[in-house]
Write a protein that binds this ligand. Structure first.
Ligand code: SF4
Length: 357
């Protein structure tokens, strides 16, 4: 199958099968950019309500640039990978300050913005500005590996380069935005990880994997390294007014700019209540007594997972100060929902609010 036939068949299929999404058909480069950042690590159905809320709060790049970081993180709460929100916020300020509020049109300019890598640069410039830059995401990798019969390990950078080259060759220079979206849609809806619907695939005639009955073994990905698991102890310190103590994570740390209950990793030969007491001493410079466990929960991040144990603590000695955080605050339980928390801490705040009611 020639490239032109591949493109024609794909685009025809896309016209009839594309799913409705709030950013589809959007011409505003800012909104396309926001949608692409949200979709980096998030499924469409999960991202959709966040996108709508985010755009209603920050309808233009100026609104986002003017916003307080806490507002931006609150709008992102629950979506994970919070550096995306912090970087988007920083980049919005750059666009306002250095580009007069206009999202840069060229790939080489847009990729200089914080949080924009090759994928997002190609997606935004192709969809918003019709530039022939091919996107390669997990869906595109699967379709192209099968179509071209690429059996190499998709974890290797050599294979990634090869797939990018194939995508660059294949992209329709007349309709690059639609082509990119169509290829991703094909991977998501037809060329699925298991049981691809080859009978209804618009590019089946040229597909090597289907001809060789290898769709179940292509693409190949070598096994991932096992993720470490940590046991975490956190303290819920209450004062006489019934307020609890929360801390603002350092700006550059993972989950930076979000609030949390102070705590940290359990060491060997330590009980979990000892962990909580030691961690609060290190983080707040106080002595506490961890006297009762409220709850425990498991949570998985991209590179590790945790079991978090939350303990009520009594202040025994000292006045808390932010030794390892940007700031600490005493907050009434019912006011906790005003602050952005990462997922595991959010579950904890909800439990505290429910128990109070
Ligand atoms: S024919 Fe099957 S394996 Fe090949 S691209 Fe289409 S859906 Fe994927």
């Amino acid at each position: 199958m020639q490239n032109a036939d591949f493109s024609r068949n794909l685009l025809q299929w896309y016209q009839h099968h594309k799913r409705e999404m709030p950013w589809r058909g959007e011409l505003d480069p800012y909104k396309i950019w926001v949608s692409e950042i949200m979709l980096q690590q998030t499924r469409v159905d999960q991202a959709t309500p966040y996108f709508q809320n985010f755009i209603s709060l920050f309808p233009t790049v100026y609104d986002l640039a003017d916003a307080d970081q806490q507002q931006v993180l609150k709008a992102w709460e629950g979506l994970g990978y919070y550096s995306r929100a912090r970087n988007l916020h920083t980049a919005a300020k750059t666009v306002v300050e250095e580009y007069n509020g206009k999202v840069p049109e060229s790939y080489d300019e847009i990729i200089k913005l914080k949080g924009i890598g090759p994928y997002t640069a190609a997606a935004v410039t192709s969809i918003a500005f019709n530039a022939p830059n091919a996107v390669v995401d997990g869906n595109v990798i699967r379709v192209l590996c099968r179509y071209f019969g690429i059996e190499d390990d998709t974890r290797s950078s050599k294979t990634s380069r090869m797939i990018q080259e194939e995508a660059d060759e294949l992209i329709d220079p007349e309709h690059p935005g639609d082509f990119n979206q169509a290829l991703m849609e094909l991977g998501s809806e037809v060329c699925t990880p298991t049981n691809p619907d080859c009978e209804n695939c618009p590019v089946q005639a040229g597909c090597i994997a289907t001809k060789m009955s290898k769709t179940e073994v292509i693409p190949y990905k070598s096994p991932a390294k096992k993720k470490p698991h940590h046991i975490i102890g956190v303290g819920i310190v209450e004062n006489e007014e019934g307020q609890v103590l929360i801390a603002l994570r350092p700006e550059e740390a993972m989950l930076g700019g979000l609030w949390e209950f102070p705590g940290g990793k359990q060491k060997e030969d330590e009980t979990i209540s000892e962990t909580v007491e030691r961690e609060l001493h290190e983080e707040l410079g106080v002595e506490v007594k961890a006297y009762k466990e409220l709850m425990s929960l498991k949570h998985a991040y991209s590179h590790f997972s945790i079991t978090m144990h939350a303990w009520f603590c009594k202040l025994v000695n000292g006045t808390p100060s932010p030794k390892e955080s940007q700031e600490i605050k005493w907050v009434k339980t019912e006011e906790l929902e005003r602050y952005p928390f990462p997922k595991a801490n959010k579950v904890l705040t909800e439990r505290l609010i429910n128990d109070k009611n």
